[in-house]
Design a protein around this ligand. Sequence first.
Ligand code: AP5
Ligand code: MG
Ligand code: ZN
Length: 213
Amino acid sequence: MRLILVGPPGAGKGTQAVHLAAHYKIPHISTGDIFRANLKNGTELGKKAQGFMDRGELVPDSVTNEMVKDRLENSDVANGFLLDGFPRNTNQAQVLDSILADKKMPLDAVLELSIDNSEIIKRLSGRRTCQNCAATFHNDFEKPKQAGVCDKCGGQLYHREDDKEEVISRRLEIYAEQTKPIITYYKKTGLLKNISAIGDVSDITIKAISALK
Ligand code: AP5
Ligand code: MG
Ligand code: ZN
């Protein structure tokens, strides 16, 4: 299964990706997680990305495309992959097409998660992310067993810098302007499936798997 998850910030891409990656036994590749790991480790890539991420804007394509190209060189993608947060504009979608064409690894599906803005704001303002393993929790919807501590690894949970209200609105604008057009792009290829991202996490996973059959 070679799959892309697309949807606005807070739609639950990362949440669903964990379950779908386990179901299909494929690696979960989140460009946001890769950038955040680089920020945390103070790498050159992290330094290049930080300002854009803090403002809720896209990191330049030259940086992002190169990073994904490198990631797709890893042998773990031989049996498929799940891309979460990439591509995010038409240029990235075209670059991905050409990388996958070279590797003779065509995409199987693009799954769009739909959700309205009021729900997004609730999800992002209550989200807590593990500093260590990137797992996500929610203050109301998916509480960790112990407040502030990751159930999976014991790491410390934090509120993402770009989950502040002003930055959330900028991310939503960028989604509408730059990412929405890739929905049309993939519709034309016949690969696009859409499901509603409202409801229980496990029900959404079931809907996703059935849409992908
Ligand atoms: P990225 O990390 O990709 O952020 P995003 O797209 O804004 O998406 P989020 O991670 O905020 O949301 P999500 O859909 O994963 O939701 P989640 O599952 O966590 O990107 C961050 C930044 O990196 C970008 O702004 C950009 O600067 C840069 N970047 C990344 N990729 C790039 C690219 N390709 N090009 C250029 N720049 C790039 O869920 C949200 C919350 O809701 C959680 O708390 C969760 O517990 C809760 N939740 C989930 N599902 C449910 C449910 N069904 N019911 C109730 N609560 C739920
Ligand atoms: Mg995410
Ligand atoms: Zn953790």
